[in-house]
Design a protein around this ligand. Structure first.
Ligand SMILES: C[S@@+](CC[C@H](N)C(=O)[O-])C[C@H]1O[C@@H](n2cnc3c(N)ncnc32)[C@H](O)[C@@H]1O
Length: 412
């Protein structure tokens, strides 16, 4: 079987390393993900253990789709009865790119028609569509007139670990936080401090990794509702989870500190850490980053500072960001009340000045941490300019539609 694990653009390298460490075979990096091959168990393993992947897709077929009829006929040739019954609910997620077919919704409908028609012909009845909570989520991607049809093993995307008990304004996706930790080569055996932790995603992901807690241990997966899975004794999946549970360390090997100057995000950090089972590994403190002083001779300062994106990005970037938020919808599901407000240039200038001042002071604070590593997910080029030292590594990656950098420094 052929699989494709998707990830944020720019994080393919650490995802490939992670999948390789799991023993997965025939790995091949691609834009936005990593391919691998194996039995269904290989896909299950990736779902359970990958911290960086967003979805794990099982590829069923690839065929030319220069128009709707070709898409329909190609999709009809897939042995859908191996994956669905007339009682399985289904949904189709479709995307099209650089193709004669330009409407993803229309392409998705064509694929759905083919699946339903095949099952009606072969089983005598058709399955129902459930766009919100299907048993089987089918993913269609048409690029340069070629269609790839896959099944989504994860169901809900893998960043939903099940510990997001409280939300803040701009939480990092768990998968992106894990990618930053991997790209920054954060050492779990050394003290870890996030001085601007927000809802604590970096600290919690670090704690999970340090204690070797598999990120998928606390959540269900899409494949568990597939007929092929339900028809089998579940021993292999149970065994994989059992092995994962046995590998968990009772405590993190080094201190983990999560700080922020605001009370609300710290409350979210506590709730999320408790839900993730790592609250005892974290020290959660209210403090200003500018008051930070080294408690240990070495360690990692790892943070995602504010970057004023809503004020400093271009208008198009802000709109793209809002579109993404609206689609994801978990922040209360309602569009931002600021949606229609035009940017105020005067306010923007003041905020940029404040931001530069904060970055400069952060740089001075970090310089007091001689011998420490500093790993930053930065959304603003102002940060690199304001810091009084140069990064060892500056790696480009995408936080949704926003270009960002993982910067790694070593304090002299
Ligand atoms: C981009 S958010 C961090 C989001 C976080 N990575 C998460 O996943 O939730 C930046 C955080 O920096 C905090 N912050 C801003 N200025 C600060 C300061 N001077 N000292 C400490 N925290 C600060 C804000 O309260 C906010 O929670």
């Amino acid at each position: 079987m052929r699989f494709f694990a998707t990830c944020a653009k720019g994080t393919e390298g650490p995802l490939r390393t992670e999948l390789s460490r799991m023993g997965l075979k025939h790995l091949k990096g691609d834009r936005g993900g990593v391919r691998f091959e194996g039995k269904l168990e290989a896909g299950m393993r990736a779902c359970l253990h990958s911290r960086i992947a967003m979805r794990v897709l099982l590829e069923l077929a690839t065929f030319p789709a220069p128009d709707a009829d070709a898409l329909y006929e190609g999709a009809r040739a897939v042995a859908w009865q191996e994956w669905l019954t007339e009682r399985t609910t289904l949904a189709v997620d479709a995307s099209v790119k650089d193709s004669a077919l330009t409407h993803s919704q229309f392409a998705g409908l064509k694929l759905k028609d083919a699946v339903v028609d095949v099952l009606r012909d072969r089983l005598g009845a058709r399955p129902d569509v459930d766009p919100k909570d299907p048993d089987v989520r089918i993913v269609l991607h048409v690029a340069r007139d070629e269609a790839t049809v896959s099944l989504d093993l994860a169901g809900h995307p893998l960043h939903r670990r099940g510990y997001r008990a409280a939300m803040t304004d701009a939480p990092l996706k768990e998968t992106l936080a894990a990618a930053v930790l991997a790209l920054g080569q954060v050492d779990p055996a050394k003290p870890f401090v996030d001085p601007m932790c927000g809802s604590g995603t970096l600290a919690i992901e670090h704690a999970l990794a340090a204690r070797r807690i598999a990120p998928g241990l606390g959540r269900p997966f899409g494949f568990q509702r597939w007929p092929v899975y339900r028809g089998q004794p579940q021993s292999r999946w149970d065994q994989l989870k059992e092995e994962a549970r046995a590998a968990v360390l009772p405590a993190a090997p080094a201190p983990i500190v999560a700080r922020d100057f605001a009370a609300k995000p710290l409350e979210a950090t506590r709730l999320c850490a408790a839900a993730a089972g790592v609250l005892a590994d974290l020290r959660v403190e209210r403090a200003d980053v500018r008051d930070l002083a080294p408690e240990w001779p070495e360690g990692t300062l790892c943070t995602n500072p504010p970057y004023g994106e809503r004020l400093t990005g271009t208008h198009a970037e802000r709109e793209a960001r809002r579109g993404e938020e609206d689609r994801r919808g978990p922040r209360g599901g309602r569009p931002s009340p600021h949606r229609e407000a035009p940017p105020d240039p005067h306010e923007e200038r003041i905020n940029l000045k404040k931001l530069t001042g904060l970055y400069r002071q952060m740089g001075e604070t970090f310089l007091r941490h001689s011998g420490w590593e500093v790993v930053i997910l930065s959304g603003s080029p102002l940060l690199e300019e304001a810091f009084p030292f140069k990064p060892l590594v500056s790696h480009r990656l995408w936080n949704g539609p926003i270009e960002a950098r993982m910067l790694r420094y070593r304090m002299p």
